[in-house]
Design a protein around this ligand. Sequence first.
Ligand SMILES: Cc1ncc(C[n+]2csc(CCOP(=O)(O)OP(=O)(O)O)c2C)c(N)n1
Ligand code: SF4
Length: 329
Amino acid sequence: MQTETEWKFTAKDIAEKPDLFLSGHRACAGCGPATVLRLIMKAVRGPTIVTNATGCMEVVSSIYPYTSWAVPWLHTAFENAAANASGIDAALKILKKKRRIKHEHVDIIALAGDGGTYDIGIQALSGAVERGHDFLYVLYDNEAYMNTGIQRSGGTPLGASTTTSPAGTVIPGKLEHKKPIADIMVAHDMPYVATASPYYWRDLLVKVRKGLEVNGPAFLHVFAPCPRGWRSDPAKSIELSRLAVETCIFPLWEAVNGDYQLSTPSKVFALAPQKKKPVKEYLQVQGRFRHLFTPKFEKLTEEIQRVTDERWKRLLKKCGVEQRAKTTA
Ligand SMILES: Cc1ncc(C[n+]2csc(CCOP(=O)(O)OP(=O)(O)O)c2C)c(N)n1
Ligand code: SF4
């Protein structure tokens, strides 16, 4: 896809661009979503309004009388970030028509967690996309309802222990697989859908910019480790966001007008499958999967590997990429 403004994101560009998501917020040390927001706000192109559903990122960034937002920002209820974005879009169109705003264009970003997207916000999101509103929806996926104490969501992966899917003598953590939310959004026939992970920061920034530049709705699914809920080392969040891509648990791709394309960081594992790491490497460094390494539940790691491989194969097919050799994973 051609972008209006050809952007070469270099580390220097990014470092020199002022932060629009400011430090001083109350996120935990090593919070993946906070890093994601900081990066996303480096990619904006001009006047931007952000609307943020209830969740960790809203709570930690807006404790009265402080704010981390250096742009106009609206808190919205847990369920309706996309409905809010629709309202902002409609209002801007009227104001422009009446010549009441000076800007040629104002970008809109809606932000929500996995609970606010996979589960409770999906109807508002589906409606806003169907109506063709011009906004970028960013799902920061920390794979549970973290703000309210680590409850499972439709984005929580199989086998993860949460407070509502606790691993113990009865169940081995969550019993269901992660819902393929980004594919559900592609099925809306929308102009732009992509997945991203903060380790691959350049890929993430370019995708944010593409999502903003496209006319109409765009959806960005960003992987966002949460050391508190994942029981992982806060120093390893970005490493985890790399491992998720290297194991193909969270592959990177984009779909432009419904056409799937594998992104460069994931292409590496399609062209050289021997580089693809076993999912165990990703699971074993997180306390939420600790029980999967006991004899009682270890079979589940094979099931996670099987489904990961199956989904990866299906994605490659959609992207028209042929896997060259058999995976060693
Ligand atoms: C209708 C409704 N139900 C429940 C809540 C309570 N609530 C607020 S935030 C939240 C969890 C948010 O989870 P997620 O969207 O995954 O974001 P995170 O906290 O993980 O960043 C819940 C259950 C609410 N505010 N509104
Ligand atoms: S609970 Fe998780 S997502 Fe929430 S602020 Fe802490 S690390 Fe970030």
